[in-house]
Design a protein around this ligand. Structure first.
Ligand code: NAP
Length: 303
């Protein structure tokens, strides 16, 4: 039977910082990730608000965080988890291996919301992309649409502006959710046009290829086609909570935690974007991870 002091589920900034702190406190630590380490950070082109670093590529920062966490002895595996038994502190992997811990930390983050138009799943990866950093190059010198007015949409639009011919950003209100600084940069960019009070209505498909997006004005109901080769929806995210018991979740599916990042189940913690919080940023995710690690260390020391 494999037993750890701490099992951390998710290797984004919250999970990696938690692992850094627990392993540095000599706790036997395992991080389990089912995708590439770094979470959303690794798909972010540029980070400008991590203290002390004026600008860094997201994948590079994620790699630095991973190397830092592993340098103090934390182990990391890539695996799917089929079940977490929070009472027995047991994690069951897809190959049926069972792992035990004194404490488990959910740092599973959020997953992007998908565009809910007919055929959008079929065209994901060939006309629709949820990762500008991964796929932007395929749209070199072409016209693209970005949907959404949050930080993700605007940051990725600025990234795409270095590659594509033109970008049209569609927002459904006339108010951006993104921080004013980034809104200013977008408005100043000559390659970017903004259309407000509009929502995606239908994919325009010709010869099995996306050639445009029909949008609908939310006030007038008027429909307009925007010619484009690529569509990048950044319309928010939902909590990645499928492994987490309902009693730990709030009405929106985020994890309720106390000031120690502990859930309503003893020994079960959560950190980062998956938690019920007001500010979802790298720096707050890292902070959550450190707080959880410190609380776990204190709790195990007192046993
Ligand atoms: P978000 O802030 O929730 O913004 C989602 C955007 O999509 C909003 O403009 C929203 O419009 C729009 N939207 C939602 N559903 C839609 C639909 N069905 N059709 C059309 N538009 C739709 O999401 P996000 O940008 O992914 O950011 C998620 C979290 O990560 C936020 O807390 C954000 O601050 C954080 N983040 C931070 C950074 C950074 O600090 N550098 C970078 C990326 C993300 P409404 O405004 O009308 O709802």
């Amino acid at each position: 039977m494999k037993k750890y002091d701490v099992i951390i589920i998710g290797a984004g900034p919250a999970g990696l910082t938690c692992a850094l702190y627990t392993s540095r406190s000599n706790l036997k630590t395992l991080i389990i990730e089912n995708d590439i380490p770094g979470g959303k950070l690794s798909k972010t082109y540029e980070v400008e608000n991590y203290p002390g670093i004026s600008s860094i590529n997201g994948a590079e920062l994620a790699m630095k965080m991973q190397n830092h966490a592993l340098s103090f002895g934390a182990e990391m595996i890539t695996s799917q988890i089929t079940k977490v038994d929070t009472d027995k502190k047991k994690v069951i992997l897809s190959d049926n291996e069972e792992l035990y811990a004194e404490a488990i930390v959910f740092a599973t983050g959020t997953k992007e919301r998908k565009l809910a138009l007919p055929y959008s799943d079929e065209f994901t990866g060939r006309g629709i992309s949820y990762c500008a950093v991964c796929d932007g190059f395929f749209y070199r010198k072409k016209d693209v649409v970005v949907i959404g007015g949050g930080n993700s949409a605007l940051e990725e639009a600025l990234y795409l502006a270095n590659i594509v011919n033109s970008i049209t950003i569609i927002i459904r209100r006339d108010v951006f959710r993104a921080e004013p600084g980034i809104v200013g940069k977008v408005k100043e960019n000559p390659k970017i046009k903004i259309i407000t009070k509009s929502v995606p209505d239908e994919l325009v498909i010709e010869n099995d290829t996306i050639t445009g997006l029909r949008i609908r004005n939310t006030e007038t109901d008027e429909k307009t086609i925007i010619n484009c080769s690529g569509i990048f929806p950044y319309i928010g995210a939902d909590p990645e909570n499928s492994l987490i018991p309902d009693i730990c979740l709030n009405e929106y599916g985020y994890v309720k935690v106390d000031t120690n990042m502990e859930t309503t189940v003893k020994g079960i913690y959560a950190a980062g974007d998956i938690t019920d919080k007001t500010l979802r940023q790298i720096v707050t995710a890292c902070s959550d991870g450190a707080v959880a690690a410190n609380a776990i260390k204190k709790s195990l020391d007192s046993k």
